[in-house]
Design a protein around this ligand. Structure first.
Ligand SMILES: *Cc1c(COP(=O)(O)O)cnc(C)c1O
Length: 435
């Protein structure tokens, strides 16, 4: 307690425990958190309140430190508080934080995104991944003059009404809302289909939106031919293909999943990494599609803080660190990490699958690699929770939910990887004993 990093941060010198903060938080914030997964509901227990991050580590209010594979759910790739990114944010902040006028870095960031992702000739910045997918759908509808969209069960595209449709228990074609407060009208034009099966479309569809590699139901890779099939089916009926690269963009390679997989969408949504840890999103596509946006066209979209000077500075600084060598390095590390997790469970006789896509890693408790939402849901969540806590007790943080993925990055060097591998072996043994 005496070494609590928070003491240095708060002028009052007030020291907290995680329990106290969570209790106080629950009085004034629903569930004590500003995004549901953080509340630890699916793994049980009390969340750790972070005071500080440094590279691969996060520190909590009680002075504990964890090797962090959450990395802000993929918003961080260079490690916490990377000096190059922090310097960029600091110097941007000194010049003012928001103007309501265009700023130079908006142009530079759009140019850089476009260089890396050639399908995005034009880009518009927004403030979250949710905004990016919501707006890109509006562009697709405006451009085609059609209403319906198709999404895949288990793909997450943020929390806007029209995209918040479960494919889980609800009959997909009925479009039952997953969330209270989403009206039947809001999702009447959203059709849900199983991942990895090319659906048959017709001329009523404006667009198909897809995570080119699904990373919100654990990690589910696209089956060979799936994305090519989607491309062909969209072309057949004149629907637009939208890739949601909010996670995969600038994560699995310089040009995202579309470059890696060799399928070009019409429109793409981004978020997470391009904000370098600040609130951001973006979407882009061919010039003639994007020019449907106001002020050029009739599709309205706007944002007081969009293209924010701090966020664009952080995004540019992050991309500066991400050359081909950086991705190769992270991919080697991801491979090593995936191997360590697989070995840890093999050693104790527990069936796991550890799928990997480039730099992304999933973890399923079961004996078959999932291909869609239904099979992904067969993971043993109790075992995940047990492993989560056993790892946390040994100083390693993975996400407090069985359907999240792991995000190794530039800060996860050999020493960190070894420490994680050791902790994973011990934690897996604990899971085996507790079973
Ligand atoms: C995180 C995520 C979003 C939503 O982004 P927010 O910034 O949380 O609104 C959308 N799509 C995918 C694939 C994501 O992983």
């Amino acid at each position: 307690m005496t070494e609590s990093p928070l003491t240095g941060v708060l002028k009052s010198g007030e020291a907290f425990t995680n329990e106290e903060l969570f209790a106080r938080g629950q009085n004034v914030i629903p569930g004590g958190v500003n995004s549901p997964v953080r509340a630890f509901r699916s793994v049980g227990g009390t969340p750790y309140f972070v005071t500080k991050g440094q590279g691969a580590r996060v520190f909590d209010v009680e002075g504990n430190s964890f090797l962090d594979l959450v990395q802000s759910y993929g918003a961080i790739i260079a490690g916490h508080a990377h000096p190059h990114i922090i310097d960029a944010i600091r110097s941007a902040a000194l010049d003012g934080t928001s103007f309501g006028a265009p700023t130079p870095r908006e142009v530079l960031l759009a140019e850089e995104i476009s260089r890396r992702v050639p399908s995005c000739q034009k880009i518009r910045m927004v403030n979250s991944g949710t905004e990016a997918t919501m707006s890109v759908i509006r562009v697709a509808r405006g451009a085609t003059g059609r209403d319906r969209i198709l999404k895949f069960a288990g793909n997450y595209h943020g929390h806007s009404d029209g995209l918040l449709v479960s494919g889980g228990t609800a009959m997909a074609s009925l479009g039952i809302p997953a969330s209270a407060g989403v009206t039947a009208n809001a999702i009447a034009d959203t059709v849900v289909a199983p991942y990895n099966v090319v659906p048959e479309l017709d001329e009523t569809f404006a667009a198909v939106i897809v995570e080119p590699c699904a990373a919100n139901m654990g990690l589910v890779l696209p089956a060979p031919g799936f994305l090519e099939g989607l491309r062909a089916e969209c072309d057949r009926v004149g629907a637009l293909l939208i890739f949601d690269e909010v996670i995969t963009g600038f994560r699995v390679g310089r040009g995202g999943a579309q470059q890696r997989l060799g399928v070009a969408p019409d429109l793409t949504a981004f978020g997470k990494i391009i904000g370098g840890g600040l609130p951001v999103g973006a979407f882009g596509g061919r010039g003639e599609l994007m020019d449907n946006l106001a002020p050029l066209g009739p599709v309205y979209q706007a944002g007081t803080l969009s293209g924010n000077p701090l966020a664009t500075a952080a995004g540019l600084a992050t991309l500066e660190l991400l050359d081909d060598a950086a991705y190769e390095l992270i991919e080697t590390r991801a491979d090593c990490l995936a191997g360590a997790f697989a070995n840890a469970f093999t050693a104790v006789g527990i069936d796991v699958k550890v799928p990997r896509f480039g730099t992304l890693i999933g973890l399923y408790f079961g004996d078959t690699t999932p291909t869609d939402y239904e099979s992904a849901c067969r993971t043993n969540e109790t075992m995940y929770a047990s492993f989560f806590h056993a790892l946390l007790a040994r100083g390693v943080a993975i996400a407090p939910g069985a359907y999240e993925v792991m995000f190794p990055g530039l800060a996860h060097d050999d020493e960190v990887l070894e420490a994680i591998a050791d902790a994973a072996a011990l934690a897996a043994a604990h899971v085996a004993e507790a079973r």
